[in-house]
Design a protein. Sequence first.
Length: 464
Amino acid sequence: MSDTSRPARTPSRRLFLGMAAAVPLGVAAELTLGASPARAADSAYVMGYFTESPNGTGTDYGLHLAVSTDSRHWTPLNQNNPVVTPTQGAGGLRDPFIMRKRDGTFVVLATDLKGTDWGYNSQYIHVWDSTDLRSFTNYRRPRLHGMTTHSWAPEAFWDAGRGRYALLYSSVNESGHNVLMVNYTADFRTVSSPQVFFDPGYDVIDGNVAVGVNGVNYLYFKREGALVGARSTSLNPGSFTPFTAPVSHGGTEAPILVKSLTSNTWYLWADTYTPNGVFYAWQTTDLAAGTWTPLNQRDYTQPVNSKHGTIAPITSAEYTNLVSAWGAPAWIRLKSYNHPDRYVRHANLAARIDPYPFDPYADAQWTLVPGLAGAGVSFRSVNYPTRYLRHFTYEVRLDPDDGTAQFAQDATFHRVAGLADSTWSSFRSHNDSSRYLRHAGFLLRTDPVSTATDRADATFSVGY
């Protein structure tokens, strides 16, 4: 679950386990879920998430998808609109989780909650099946327990010893604090009675499990605004022991463990609840050591407005089919090289770089079109589509196209290899080739470039 305003302890949410009725297990095909080792065929990743923005203009409580070839840079699908939205319960979701079944298809789990009504207290979760994440079927809401408390942030992993899936989620135990609960299931329809899976004696939520890494199972969870790791050589309830120092960047939650498909690197993604869901990432090559190195924000980019994500490996064919079915964005965003928490946006018709997130978020979205001067490129505003970035007395602003040759030249730039990093991009002015698009005092200008600082100011990533 993702919000700092959520109560940590609420007596009315206590789960009295002795009163929960057992539900017979159903029978279904076995699934492979969680952060288990990827299959040899996997070569890309899919992320699921919901969206929230500071003033709500980008908020949507449906399932959103993005894809990546490296698990660090993401392409939102369907123009960052939802691909499916719950029709029952609260009519919205939070905290989606995507996993591949043993038959090769997928299951999607999510919290039954729309918005931040923490008193809603649903005992149900949303579930869909999907053959390819292009269609979603068999929508249902299994009930995990019978008490008046919540079922937040559902995830799952295959417990081979039980021959069932462990369905992990955050709830409140009889002592009145949040713990990780577990039900066992074969089909995500019928589930066993709930048990406490992990209770270290203090509030914990948002569990994410990596199964069978060199014979050890790892559980990362949120404690007091930070992420902590626990481990066990079994998957039994009560067997995990915390072993890491806290990992955080401000108020941090919703851990996602991701194994690189091309190296021995593990990534730990996390979401902050202030402000409005900025993702941060860390890496390690030794999961057993429990020490994590922060990634520079240059090295990863989250989907715009994304919150409490899930990441699963997919094949190259699935990656291609998802992009073909849902489409890549028709817009781009420009991220600053030396201030990678900032994006190029317009504000009061001036061009500048501001820290993500902000509203209106579309102020930072641009349609990259053929240069108005007949060469290069021009940046057309998404939310003011008659206006373009242009320089005027070296200051860059958002102006309407007046149809003149002068405007066309002022609004045209030539994309070249990044002056500070050739894998990024820089933009040379069309009608003054000695000057480049750069930021100074966070405002955009066209200036000559001579120093290392100038080159960094004039370097941007072109992405989503």
